[in-house]
Design a protein. Structure first.
Lengths: 288, 386
């Protein structure tokens, strides 16, 4: 009897998990295997893929070193700047804002998502182009300020585009903060600054780490913002991939880069988790 | 708004936004989106209405929708609107910056294009790969081979079979803002020199291997079409050296030139004519050391979903009365003498559009090998990621 119940329970679990497993297998594992197979192949004479077994594609990776460097440098830097901008906003929303308006303010953070990122990035192209902000600056004496098509413009676009993704997790972790801890801290004579650094900040670290890794991982695959605000000159791995699949039609090399990117992402994630555990002094930080 | 209206609506506002976001992300097809939101039905009804009002000129069922793949700033939007008004077929326009990208999309399959605009040197590859159909000339009654200029139409016909008919010809030259750049620019050698000096951080090159690598080769004294490794290596070195001085690598250069963000760019005839028409200080020059002369064609992909509409639009565009409006709007020179005779004098006498023959002599047509040559593709990709 007990056995039957057990089997039944297992069946239920299996059937509940099955759709997710099938989904992951079809849309994650299979494509990754296809990518691995392609990455050891050769470019067909007219472009595309032809079967082979060679590591030539991986040997060619250094030719995209600049793209890897841009991505691996600008993604964490962008995420970190996002954090610096997002934290005070999240703090205000969760701690300082009048509870009556809190929901409204939080939804205002989300509102930009209602418009496509493409359209918003196009808007930035006009703002940063010479008829936009540089034109205003020249009226107050700063001539020939160049913003569009620079690394700075790409960074600005990144911070703008991903800010809500950083604010939300920090807001959630700050909102759960037990106010009595802050009162206790003040009661014991701590100044607001030291209360912040010894109570508020450590308790919000899970949110911070979630935000950081979320934004970093998404940035590692970024294509649109560098393309539009970098003028095709600031090249991310995403741009290198688009080029290899849509212009050079070199699928094997594209696959080799994609495989390398996936492995780098996993690596970055593992390091981030390590750091998170260390800082939080616990093993309960969920990153994703 | 009365309540019953909402109840009868095919979809709630929230669901509509949800579906719209899915469409934008590319998670669902346009067809799915139109289906679930009821917009498909709405536009079908509207389109059907127009069809009923106009004369049923086409015996064949043309459907409600077709799509064309073409180049930036290359058509008069009014042409497509007039076509839709006449036939009830809505035209979706997809814009590309290079032949490579069009080829890549067709190779991958499922483009949904019913008509597209390949350049002369690519057609033999499309035929070889079986990606385009021979044209059924009986459906192109407006096309007139006798009045076409053979020099620009020859590559559309392969061993006696016509696969593509010409749209227009043109050149790849240099557009520059004469108010900003005082150094004379008369060749591609000058172009790359000035790009590193007077036009530092103000120059655009195409996001397109043929013209960017080709022009760099020409500036070094080599053929526009070279695939020789040592010559390509020198062209790559030049491009990588110039890259920090560039404003952008982009085939859609009109916005930046018009705004004054960029002062000099590689430029196709039609864009040169449009820019000069609207901003007279932007001049267009051809390299005296060489460069590209080209003709663009219309072809129908084998995978086209709505071939009848593809043929209908093509035939419509081949009608000189319609073609002449296209040429006036986009500024590209025509290959058809019927159209030439209809064009106003200020266009036929415009030396940007119809330069003196002597200026065309050093120019070269693109060669088929450049489209598929892996070395040229890789040089371009390395230059961009440098």
């Amino acid at each position: 009897m007990a056995l039957a119940t057990n089997t039944k329970r297992r069946m239920v679990t299996a059937s509940l998990v099955a759709p997710a497993v099938a989904w992951l297998f079809i849309f994650l594992v299979l494509p990754f295997i296809a990518m691995l197979v392609f990455s050891v192949g050769e470019r067909a004479p007219e472009g595309g893929y032809q079967p082979a077994f060679t590591f030539a594609q991986f040997a060619n990776l250094p030719s995209r070193a600049a793209a890897f460097w841009n991505t691996l440098f600008l993604a964490p830097v962008g995420a970190f700047i996002c954090l610096i901008v997002a934290y005070p906003v999240a703090y205000y929303l969760a701690v300082k804002a009048n509870p009556r308006y809190r929901l409204l303010l939080v939804s205002l953070v989300i509102v930009p998502f209602w418009t496509s990122l493409l359209v918003r990035t196009y808007a930035w192209m006009y703002l940063l182009g010479s008829r936009g902000i540089p034109n205003l600056l020249s009226m107050v004496g700063f001539d020939d300020v160049r913003i569009l098509n620079t690394h700075g413009a790409v960074l600005l676009g990144i911070v703008y585009g991903y800010l809500p993704l950083m604010i939300m997790p920090i807001y959630v972790s700050l909102e759960k903060l037990d106010r009595r801890l802050l009162e206790a801290s003040a009661d014991l004579g701590a100044k607001p600054v030291s209360t912040f650094f010894s109570i508020t900040l450590p308790l919000s670290l899970p949110g911070v780490m979630t935000g950081l890794s979320l934004v970093t991982i998404l940035l590692l695959g970024e294509y649109l913002i560098p393309q539009l605000l970098g003028g095709g000159k600031v090249f991310f791995i995403g741009n290198a991939l688009v080029d290899l699949f849509l212009q050079s039609r070199n699928w094997p090399f594209g696959s080799a880069i994609a495989v390398t990117l996936v492995i780098s992402v996993v690596f970055v994630l593992l390091i981030a988790m390590r750091i998170a555990w260390k800082i939080a002094g616990t093993r309960q930080v969920d990153l994703v | 708004m009365p309540k019953h209206y909402r109840e009868n609506a095919p979809i709630t506002a929230a669901q509509f936004m949800d579906e719209l976001m899915r469409l934008k992300r590319g998670s669902v097809s346009r067809r799915h989106f139109l289906g679930v939101t009821g917009l498909g039905l709405a536009s079908a009804v509207l389109a059907g209405q127009t069809g009923l009002l106009s004369s049923p000129a086409f015996a064949e069922d043309l459907g409600k929708q077709m799509s064309i793949a073409t180049w930036p700033n290359y058509h008069d939007p009014a042409t497509f609107e007039a076509f839709t008004a006449k036939t009830g077929v809505a035209v979706e326009v997809n814009v590309f910056g290079s032949n490579e990208e069009m080829l890549a999309k067709l190779q991958a399959g499922g483009t949904g294009w019913d008509l597209f605009v390949p350049t002369n040197y690519t057609i033999s590859t499309y035929v070889k790969l079986g990606l385009i159909d021979p044209l059924d000339m009986s459906k192109l009654t407006n096309y007139s081979p006798a009045t076409e200029t053979a020099r620009f139409t020859a590559e559309g016909t392969i061993s006696g079979t016509t696969y593509a008919v010409p749209k227009n010809w043109g050149t790849t030259g240099i557009a520059l803002n004469s108010k900003k750049i005082k150094t004379p620019v008369a060749s591609w050698k000058d172009f790359f020199e000035v790009a590193q000096n007077e036009a530092d951080t103000r120059t655009i090159v195409h996001d397109y291997q043929l013209t960017t690598i080709g022009s760099a080769l020409v500036s070094l004294g080599y053929s526009f079409n070279s695939v020789k490794p040592d010559e390509l290596a020198k062209a790559e070195a030049l491009l990588v050296k110039v890259k920090p001085h560039l404003y952008a690598i982009n085939s859609d250069y009109q916005p930046a030139m018009r705004a004054g963000d960029a002062w000099m760019t590689m430029c196709w005839t039609n864009d040169g004519a449009q820019l000069n028409r609207d901003v007279p200080e932007i001049k267009f020059v051809l390299g005296k050391d060489g460069g590209e002369i080209w003709s663009d064609f219309y072809a129908i992909p084998k995978s086209a979903a709505n071939k009848p509409a593809g043929y209908a639009l093509l035939n419509y565009l081949m009608d000189p009365a319609n073609a002449v409006k296209e040429h006036i709007a986009n500024g590209a020179p025509t290959t058809d003498s019927r159209v030439l005779s209809l064009l106003p004098k200020e266009i036929t006498s415009n030396t940007i559009v119809y330069p003196p023959d002597g200026q065309l002599t050093p120019l070269e047509f693109g060669a088929a090998v450049t489209l598929t040559d892996p070395a040229r593709a890789e040089v371009m990709a390395r230059f961009k990621s440098a």
